[in-house]
Design a protein around this ligand. Structure first.
Ligand code: CA
Length: 509
């Protein structure tokens, strides 16, 4: 019998783990490949994550965007050509939920960040175990650069959750600058009282540097001119890290989070007008592509490219409420929603000599999977916590075998605290979503809509209907049991492992 993502059953891993497909031969081949690499090099692989902000599934050339949408991305396209391009890589609908999910291997209903904390709201990663902490325990040097946004409270800051060093800002781009720009906030800029009022709000206006366990030191206040230089400064910091660490023997984890291309984009002067579109968003995409090229070039120069797994992605779908300061997705709706446009993001893996080049796969992958996969690569899978539910699936064998298959059967979609949908194979059953207005097929975006729960579940075939406009349920009831299995096991897991709320939908704190 061949493999089929709907017909093939999963096998259990442990009570607190998501079940997996049991690809016996693939797993053995990948384990051998990894063991050979470790034996040959005498060390565990390095891990580089480049996470962009609000960049859409379709923005890069290798996903059908690039020059077609006025912003060529030759460096990212080359990386994809030399590696594995995922077409069904899933984030969460917004920034902080996605980032905490990447760091913990858990969906937002488990780590508790169901929406981003804004303007100094308390709450973040308290009580969680991060991949940085476990990699650090396994002997990795851990470096975080750029946007954080998973809690400004001291116990959630990167230098206190497993990173040796942090250079970046603790929150999100627009919060530093929107109220300084007279185009968006004339009523604040031209009022001394309101300017003082916002300056006194309890969030840090600076980008900072911190070392493990220490207090963050303010580097510079993030005014608009400073903001335009952040991606350049952060890239230079990561380049410097890669040069320094290249002279040491230790494996490392570099978590590089760009400022771009979150609204509002103020590109570095040298990139102004550099895209064929000559628009700040598109100029920023050109800059982000150059940054990926620079980091890969340093890995090559320093002889680390064969020892480094690279992952490039974005934390959620495009933010269409700020159009045209927004990205491109061919799917329905945008950031904030559980329509595909909100949560399907670019996902490129590259590791020269270890990941077969020229591959693309529609196998399911989500941000929770990075946690167990990185720990498996580090030889530290035994450190995965057992006192909590881990949603991530070890995808090492998906990545390290030619034409590898995903080990994940189901992707679960949560819309804040509402269970929204499940995907298996090419089918997605939806129980709740943001607004049902046909106009959101192209616009205006998920953060504006209302949550609606359907009277009867809907079923979408994402191959025939990627824009999710035709419920296929009545013709395809035969799939009901497959969908129900994916919902039942997931929802039941919360009975033993209760959900957590740190930054909930309506009541922060
Ligand atoms: Ca984001």
């Amino acid at each position: 019998m061949g493999f089929d993502p709907i017909a093939t059953p999963t096998v259990p891993v442990a009570e607190h783990r998501e079940p997996v497909f049991d690809h016996v031969e693939q797993n053995a081949a990948a384990a051998q490949r990894l063991a050979d690499h470790v034996a040959r090099t005498g060390r565990r692989p390095n891990i580089l994550v480049v996470l962009m902000d609000d960049v859409g599934w379709g923005d890069f050339g290798c996903y059908g965007g690039g020059i077609a949408v006025g912003a060529p991305t030759p460096n990212i396209d080359r990386l994809a050509r030399n590696g594995l391009l995922l077409t069904s890589c899933y984030s969460e609908p917004t920034c902080s939920p996605s980032r905490a999910t990447l760091l913990t291997g858990r969906y937002p209903m488990r780590h508790g960040l169901q929406r981003p904390p804004m303007y100094g709201e308390p709450g973040g990663l308290q009580g969680e175990v991060t991949v940085a902490e476990l990699l650090s325990d396994a002997g990795y040097v851990t470096q975080c650069v750029g946007k954080w946004h998973v809690g400004e409270n001291p116990e959630s800051q990167p230098q206190n959750v497993g990173f040796d060093d942090f250079y970046g800002f603790l929150s999100v781009s627009d919060m530093y600058t929107e109220w300084r720009d007279p185009y968006f906030f004339p009523e604040i800029v031209y009022s001394e009282e309101r300017t003082r009022w916002i300056e006194n709000q309890p969030f840090n206006k600076c980008f900072v540097h911190a070392t493990r366990g220490g207090e963050p030191e303010e580097v510079e206040e993030v005014t608009i001119p400073v903001l335009s230089t952040l991606d350049e400064k952060w890239c230079a910091y990561s380049e410097d890290f890669l040069h320094r660490i290249g002279e040491q023997d230790k494996p490392w984890f570099l978590y590089h989070n760009t400022r771009g291309a979150h609204f509002d984009n103020y590109p570095l002067e040298k990139y102004l007008g550099s895209s064929p579109a000559r628009h700040p968003y598109k100029d920023t995409i050109v800059e982000l592509d150059a940054i990926v090229g620079r980091l890969v070039a340093v890995l090559e120069e320093t002889g680390q490219l064969d020892d480094t797994l690279i992952f490039v992605s974005s934390d959620n779908g495009p933010e269409m409420e700020t159009w045209p300061d927004a990205a491109y997705t061919p799917f329905r709706c945008a950031k904030g929603s559980t329509w595909e446009g909100g949560v399907r993001v670019p996902g490129i893996f590259s590791w020269r000599g270890m990941i077969e080049g020229g591959q693309a796969s529609d196998g399911l992958f989500n941000f929770t999977d990075l946690f167990p996969t990185f720990l498996a690569l580090a030889g530290a899978e035994d450190s995965i916590p057992e006192d909590r539910f881990i949603d991530g699936v070890d995808q090492t064998s998906f990545l390290l075998t030619a034409d590898g298959l995903s080990n994940r059967k189901f992707h679960h979609y949560w819309l804040g605290t509402v269970f929204s949908a499940v995907r298996v194979g090419e089918y997605k059953m939806m129980l709740a979503s943001t607004s049902d207005d046909d106009r959101d097929v192209v616009n205006p975006g998920g953060l504006t809509g209302v949550t609606q729960t359907y009277t009867y579940a809907r079923l979408y075939n994402l191959y025939l209907d990627p824009k999710e406009t035709h419920s296929y349920m009545i013709r395809k009831l035969a799939y009901l049991s497959a969908m129900q299995e994916g919902v039942r096991d997931h929802v039941m897991s919360f009975a033993k492992y209760p959900p957590k709320s740190i930054v909930g939908m309506n009541a922060p704190g």
